[in-house]
Write a protein that binds this ligand. Structure first.
Ligand SMILES: NC(=O)c1ccc[n+]([C@@H]2O[C@H](COP(=O)([O-])OP(=O)(O)OC[C@H]3O[C@@H](n4cnc5c(N)ncnc54)[C@H](O)[C@@H]3O)[C@@H](O)[C@H]2O)c1
Length: 323
């Protein structure tokens, strides 16, 4: 198989690329940087679009996208421009919409014209917005404008619009498309919901305030990659939306703080306070992905705790060295 991975140099994309290469596939990456693939040297790996301004190049450049899609069987669309390629998410709304929506349109158009056999898109659970009751399935109404998590409701709206564009190409033009709504992703060294400020306070023994009732589920990057691989070219996944989360890996903000405090042997006290309710959607069931794809998240809450512990230990030196 020849695959194109957009955003293949990123957090999730790079893990997918490595997995595809390991399985002997040829992989073309459409990205503006080599990022997390910098040290991967494989004759089956090829890059297009490197070194350009993401607001003008990469998926935004229609002729480049056409070239990137040529001769490809499967497209994994993971590219996201949320602020250059940082996690700060401060890209102004017009650019956020312009790059990501236009980029996806370029990709879908090219995939349709060149007869791509399957396009898989990484959406987000952010599309559900803020909800009081847990999300039971993929039919729950989406309220992306209420999303309070990073990088803000504009991101959630872009993700919903983009996934609908993908599905439009399935219904209108018969392009086989699959959408994954992914929860917060962690790996063995990185959990993006752990704030450096928490580690700093714990490192200095300061009191840490935690909003009551806050927390969230998440999913290990290997489980996400596994779902993409299992769905690839599977007819039953065409035109479908799947939630990807691991309900067993729910962690409250209070638990996160306690793990950090313990890891650092800190004397910090953790105090519960009433704050603005930020809690996002909580995915209660991933039954559809289990049933249709035969997928099961394998990583456990223990894996997440190890990651938080590792991050806390690794970051305290960095924080201490800061002016
Ligand atoms: N990481 C998470 O917790 C999470 C959760 C839910 C959904 N997602 C989705 O999964 C996908 C991948 O997320 P990630 O965490 O790997 O993000 P990431 O920021 O690590 O990777 C995104 C990649 O896209 C590239 N990119 C930016 N602008 C581009 C352009 N114009 N053309 C081509 N490439 C461009 C970046 O250089 C980067 O390598 C995104 O679509 C994101 O919305 C991520």
């Amino acid at each position: 198989m020849k695959a194109l991975v957009t955003g293949g140099s990123g957090f999730i994309g790079s893990r997918l690329v490595r997995r595809l290469l390991k399985r002997g596939h040829r992989v073309r990456v459409l990205d503006v940087q080599t990022g997390r693939l910098e040290h991967v040297d494989d004759p089956n790996l090829e890059f297009v679009g490197l070194g350009v301004d993401p607001l003008r190049g990469g998926m935004f450049d229609r002729s480049l996208v056409r070239r990137a899609v040529r001769g490809v069987d499967v497209v994994y669309h993971l590219a996201i421009n949320w602020d250059g390629h940082s996690w700060r998410g401060r890209l102004p709304l017009p650019e956020l919409f312009n790059d990501n929506i236009r980029g996806t349109c370029n990709l879908l158009g090219a995939a349709k014209s060149s007869g791509v056999k399957h396009l898989l898109f990484s959406s987000s659970i952010a599309v559900y917005g803020k909800r009081k009751s847990p999300i039971l399935d993929e039919e729950t109404m989406c309220r992306p404008e209420l999303w309070k998590g990073g990088p803000g409701p504009g991101y959630a709206i872009v993700k919903l619009a983009t996934e609908r564009l993908c599905l439009m190409f399935y219904h209108e033009y018969g392009l086989p498309v699959t959408v994954f709504r992914i929860d917060v992703v962690f790996d063995d060294n990185e959990y993006q919901d752990l704030e450096l400020e928490t580690i700093r306070k714990a490192g200095k023994g300061e009191t840490i305030e935690v909003a009551k009732g806050e927390g969230g589920a998440c999913i290990h990057v290997d489980d996400v990659v596994e779902a993409f691989v299992l769905a690839t070219l599977k007819r039953k996944s065409f035109g479908q939306v799947f939630n990807l989360s691991n309900p067993a890996v729910y962690v409250s903000d209070l638990d996160v703080c306690r793990i950090v405090v313990k890891s650092l042997g800190s004397k910090s006290k953790v105090r519960l306070v009433r704050g603005p309710a930020l809690t996002g959607p909580r995915i209660r069931s991933v039954r559809k992905a289990e049933r249709v794809l035969g997928w099961r998240p394998r990583k456990t809450r223990e894996n997440l705790e190890t990651t938080i512990d590792r991050m806390a230990r690794a970051s305290q030196d960095i924080i201490a060295r800061r002016p």
